[in-house]
Write a protein that binds this ligand. Structure first.
Ligand code: SF4
Length: 251
C-alpha cells in the first residue's frame, strides 16, 4: 500500500484494518465504455404535456446547454431559497459517477458538491482507491438546489430535477455508479429499502451497474459504519475490475 493511501485510510479512521486488494491506479479509467444506456426521458412520441416537453428538451441538451439550463431553472420552489445551483464536478468522461442527495449550506455557498468535512472524507475515501474528483470521477447530486434547512427533498422537487441528473448520466456514460446515502439510493433504485439491505449487491440504473453505500455526512456521525463504507468501496473496485475483464480485447 502506498504511503499516500495509508495516510488517507488513517484519516478515515480505517488503517490498518482495511486494504483494497487488487485496486491499482492504472486499472481505473482504462478501456472503452459500453454503449450509452437508453435514457428514460427521451420520448419517441411528440411531447404531449409541458412536463414531457421539458424532459425531452433536457434529454437533447449537450453539456453547454445543460450547464446554462440548470442555473436558470425555476422548475421547483427550491430556486427561491438557493444561493446558487450546484451542477456537479469532475471528469465529464469519467468511468465512475458518484451521486449524493442535495447541496448543503456550504455547497450552496460554493457551488460545488461535497465540500466541507463530508467532502474531505469523500476525497480521502476516493484517494484510497486512486480516484479523484480532479481527474477520474464525476460527482453530482439528485437535486441541484439546497432544500431549506437541509430538509428532506420533496418528491415533486425530485421529479422536476431528475431530468438534469439523467442527462448528466447520459452524457458522462459512466461504467459504474456509486449511490451515496438513503435518498440517492432510494431515488435511483426506485425503492424504499434500507441501505443496509441493499449494500454488497450489484444493482443497475438504466443499465449502468450501481453500488450502494452510505453518505459521507452520515459516516461523520456514525463512525462504526466507516468500515462498512470501505467494504463498499472495495466491492465497487472489484466490480469495476470485473467489468473491465469482461471487455473484449481491442482489435
Ligand atoms: Fe430546478 Fe432542480 Fe433547482 Fe428545482 S432543484 S429549481 S428542478 S435545478
Amino acid at each position: 500500500m502506498s504511503s499516500r493511501r495509508e495516510t488517507m485510510l488513517r484519516e478515515m479512521g480505517l488503517a490498518p484494518l482495511w486494504k483494497s486488494r487488487g485496486a491499482k491506479a492504472g486499472t481505473i479509467g482504462a478501456g472503452g465504455k459500453p454503449p450509452a444506456p437508453p435514457g428514460s426521458f427521451v420520448d419517441e412520441d411528440p411531447p404531449s404535456t409541458p412536463s414531457v416537453a421539458r424532459e425531452a428538451r433536457i434529454a437533447r441538451m449537450d453539456w453547454t446547454a445543460l450547464k446554462a439550463a440548470v442555473p436558470a431553472c425555476t422548475a421547483c420552489a427550491l430556486h427561491k431559497s438557493r444561493t446558487q445551483t450546484v451542477f456537479g464536478v469532475g471528469d465529464e468522461n469519467a468511468d465512475w459517477l458518484l451521486v449524493g442527495e442535495a447541496p448543503g449550506a456550504e455547497e450552496d455557498q460554493k457551488g460545488e458538491p461535497f465540500v466541507g468535512q463530508a467532502g474531505k472524507l469523500l476525497d480521502a475515501m476516493l484517494a484510497a482507491i486512486d480516484l479523484s474528483r480532479d481527474t477520474n470521477v464525476y460527482i453530482a447530486n439528485v437535486l441541484k438546489c439546497r432544500p431549506p434547512a437541509n430538509r428532506n427533498p420533496d418528491p415533486s422537487e425530485v421529479a422536476q430535477c431528475s431530468p438534469h441528473l439523467q442527462r448528466q448520466i447520459d452524457l458522462i456514460k459512466p461504467r459504474l455508479i456509486l449511490a451515496m446515502g438513503r435518498f440517492a439510493v432510494q431515488t435511483l433504485l426506485g425503492t424504499e429499502a434500507s441501505i443496509a439491505s441493499l449494500r454488497g449487491k450489484l444493482h443497475a440504473y438504466h443499465g449502468v451497474p450501481l453500488i450502494v453505500t452510505y453518505h459521507p455526512a452520515y459516516l461523520l456521525r456514525t463512525l462504526p459504519d466507516k468500515a462498512k463504507a470501505w467494504q463498499d468501496l472495495v466491492f465497487a473496485v472489484r466490480t469495476f475490475e470485473g467489468l473491465q475483464a469482461r471487455e473484449p480485447a481491442p482489435t
